[in-house]
Design a binder for this molecule. Structure first.
Ligand code: COA
Length: 252
């Protein structure tokens, strides 16, 4: 458990709120674990029909905590195994998930939305996967899901060139449903959740399953990516990039 993730059930919706604003909601191992458990425990709970993941106003998440990545790459901390556990929870999840993205969604913060079923973004939201700038490779089955969602060329720009995508461009690319005013993503997500919760629950589950990639394929891709990501974390390119980000912080 961590105070950086708040999980509440409101009516039939489970809301997972990231609350580490001083670090732009950078994700720690404890945060991944709490998010994973919130998703897993909803599976056999008939009272929960839908979930929302939100970062609150102004930021979704800046992705994996870079301090943790550096410590793990130098053998000083554990590998980000809970990140993989969280991704598997998303893959095996059977209930609709809405992402409410207000501000930056970086790294796994961007790739997790490709596992969600409905995405609301504020006009100031951006989606970026700066893996390349960190000497890393894509994760979270994004190397499979992103090209499927928006074609190879746009996926290349995002995943291989590390270029950010604005909320409007994300809507045009097809992975954002609606763009709303800053500060309004969560309230809009709750309206969508009410709509989903009012639908026939079994038919929603079955229909959603028909739309999704088979879990085995996603798990296989996550395994391939994780293997390469783990190797890359220990590369001189990645260690230099982690140190450079953290040094930038100290200079301020
Ligand atoms: N891991 C650890 N700390 C992070 C972080 C991360 N992913 N993202 C932000 N922080 C910290 C900053 O170091 C800073 O800490 P400090 O106040 O102790 O100096 C604080 O959060 C605020 O971040 P800051 O960079 O000042 O905010 P910003 O609005 O100028 O920029 C980002 C926001 C998200 C664009 C920028 O912080 C960033 O690029 N973060 C790294 C993203 C990343 O590479 N994630 C990993 C992907 S695999």
């Amino acid at each position: 458990m961590t105070e950086h993730v708040i999980v509440t059930d409101e009516d039939a919706t489970r809301i997972i709120r990231l609350r580490r604003p001083e670090k732009k909601n950078a994700l720690t191992q404890d945060m991944y674990l709490t998010m994973s458990e919130a998703i897993d425990s909803a599976q056999n709970n008939p009272a929960i029909r839908c979930m929302i993941i939100t970062g609150g106003s102004g930021v979704f998440t800046s992705g994996n905590d870079v301090d943790d990545l550096l410590r793990a790459s130098q053998g000083l901390g554990s590998r980000p195994l809970n990140a993989v556990k969280f991704l598997y929870s998303l893959v095996h999840n059977k209930k609709p998930i809405i992402a409410a993205v207000d501000g930056v969604a970086v790294g796994i913060g961007a790739t997790m939305v490709f596992h969600c079923d409905y995405v609301l973004a504020s006009t100031t939201a951006t989606f970026s996967t700066p893996f390349i700038h960190l000497g890393l490779v894509p994760e979270g089955a994004s190397s499979l899901l992103v090209p499927m969602a928006m074609g190879h060329q746009r996926a290349f720009s995002m995943l291989v060139m590390g270029r950010a995508i604005s909320a409007e461009d994300a809507k045009i690319a097809g992975f954002v449903n609606a763009v709303v005013a800053p500060g309004h993503t969560e309230v809009e997500a709750r309206k969508v959740a009410l709509d989903i919760c009012a639908l026939p629950v079994e038919a929603v589950t079955l229909s959603r399953r028909l739309l999704k990639q088979p879990p085995d394929e996603l798990v296989h891709r996550i395994e391939q990516e994780s293997h390469m990501f783990g190797e890359r974390m220990e590369s001189p390119e990645a260690i230099a990039a982690f140190k450079s980000f953290l040094a930038r912080k100290k200079k301020k």
